[in-house]
Design a protein around this ligand. Structure first.
Ligand code: HEM
Length: 439
């Protein structure tokens, strides 16, 4: 063959391969997206590539700081950013959040959820369309209040075992994360799936360590967007490791235990820091039970009004799911704004919404009284969304809001500083506590 022709054919072949790799690795926006998207407010980065090049430098621990500075502080209501061809829109106002979460049309999960696919497969969290409708309809009755009443004895047994484990530390400082995690794993597996796991009696930390690694891998892929492409991820050493990890988790895992564990951990953290709040919570328990060591009933739980305020305030300051998103199947129309084009990834961040001083004065202050009925009526209902809202809200919301997390047998003594990071909202450096028995 003529060497010149060979040269051109080789160039063509290499270009075609590069194009295929680019096309299967990154998003290619449509002309309409390119034209419409630029009319939305947002920082001006490189066109199409957008802010993606900053992400690898942000690091695992800096994600939320970066998100706040980029997507909340400057643009307040709404902020649009290109991310390697993917149009991403951060929505920060309760009014706009209500529009998207209430819509039956916006039920597809965002692109980031692809990173969970090998772990959670096509379960309720990730499925969409008819598959999701059918599964949701089947599963919803399982989480009904009355059905959960049957599970109460097993939940109480796990809770008692948990308290024994905490007291077993004999008043020395310890990090409760592993114990909390095992307890919620036992409770959720048994209540939601009827599976007896007995994780609290199993000394191996293998499972908890694997969950941590898999969660870290999800954030890593979001920060390094080239790895959102499954085939590219699968051939990296981290991807190969991750695929092995997710196989272990398939057998055990479910969506509820780590979110609930994070809630309990932060509740312990805040109780340790606020003896006066702990005392009010304790007094409420004492009024219900006195010195009687009996098990709580569901009617007791209805009397635990302060405990309910406390849980709500924990989920405000530390929403276990700090970030979630939807991929638009059609244009989204928000009041007084150009349309958000179909194909955009719309992001909602309870972690910043719940700390917006317009809705929560002195937002960093832990104050359960913010959730007294009179205070709640002053706020937009979508200013508080720890369980999301609308058709794709959390199916576990009822059991969580009806589960007592405190027992009256122990008192949290002191808790070290902890920071927040990760896929779920959990303490980054752990949180060490001391537990003093009451009697
Ligand atoms: C403090 C505890 C919990 C919090 C804060 C929480 C929060 C959330 C949030 C924010 C979502 C929406 C996520 C999204 O749109 O991407 C969600 C979905 C979901 N949650 Fe929870 N969750 C908790 C506990 C549970 C429990 C205990 C279970 C089950 C045993 C559970 C099962 C689910 C399921 C199945 C979905 C997907 C629902 C759907 O897409 O239709 N969650 N959760």
């Amino acid at each position: 063959m003529n060497p010149l022709l060979l040269f051109f054919v080789s160039i063509l072949l290499v270009s075609a391969i590069l194009l295929i790799v680019l096309y299967t690795t990154f998003y290619v926006p449509s002309l309409k997206q390119l034209l419409v998207f630029r009319r939305l407010p947002g920082p001006r980065y490189f066109p199409v590539i957008g802010a993606a090049y900053e992400l690898p430098f942000v690091g695992y621990a800096g994600v939320f700081k970066w998100l706040k500075a980029t997507a909340v502080d400057r643009f307040k209501r709404i902020c649009s950013v290109w991310m390697m061809g993917l149009p991403v829109v951060f929505i920060n106002s309760p009014q706009d959040i209500e529009v998207i979460l209430s819509s039956m049309k916006c039920i597809d999960k965002g692109e980031e959820y692809l990173t969970l696919k090998t772990w959670l497969n096509e379960g309720l969290l990730l499925s969409t369309g008819n598959k999701w409708h059918v599964r949701r309809k089947l599963l919803t009755p399982t989480f009904h209040f009355r059905i959960l009443e049957d599970k109460a004895p097993t939940m109480i047994t796990s809770a008692r075992r948990f308290v024994d484990k905490l007291l077993g530390e004999g008043g020395k400082p310890f990090d409760p994360f592993d114990k909390v995690s095992r307890c919620t794993l036992d409770v959720v597996c048994e209540a939601a799936m009827g599976v007896k796991l007995n994780a609290q009696n199993n000394q191996s930390s293998h499972y908890v360590a694997t969950i941590k690694r898999v969660s870290k891998a999800v954030i890593y892929r979001i920060l390094n967007m080239q790895f959102l492409s499954q085939w590219l991820w699968n051939i990296t050493p981290a991807g190969i490791r991750n695929n092995k990890d997710t196989k272990i988790l398939h057998d055990f895992t479910n969506k509820g235990h780590d979110t609930t564990a994070a809630l309990i951990l932060f509740a312990l953290f805040e109780l340790g820091h606020h003896p006066e709040i702990q005392e009010r919570a304790y007094q409420e328990q004492f009024e219900i039970f006195g010195d009687d060591p009996r098990d709580p009933t569901f009617s007791d739980i209805k009397c635990m009004t302060y405990l309910e305020l406390l849980i709500k305030e924990c989920l405000r300051l530390y929403p276990s799911v700090p970030y979630f998103s939807r991929r638009l199947g059609e244009d989204l129309h928000l009041k007084d704004l150009p349309p958000v084009p179909s194909g955009s990834n719309v992001v909602i961040m309870p972690i910043f919404l719940h700390r917006n001083p317009d809705y929560y004065p002195q937002p960093e202050r832990f104050d359960p009284d913010r959730f007294l009925p009179d205070e709640c009526t002053k706020r937009h209902p979508f200013a508080y969304i720890p369980f999301s809202a609308g058709p794709r809200n959390c199916i576990g919301e009822i059991p969580i809001s009806q589960s007592p997390i405190l027992t009256k047998s122990s008192k949290v003594g002191s808790v070290d500083q902890c920071r927040v990071s990760g896929l779920l909202h959990t303490p980054r450096r752990g949180c060490r506590m001391v537990l003093h028995p009451f009697y």
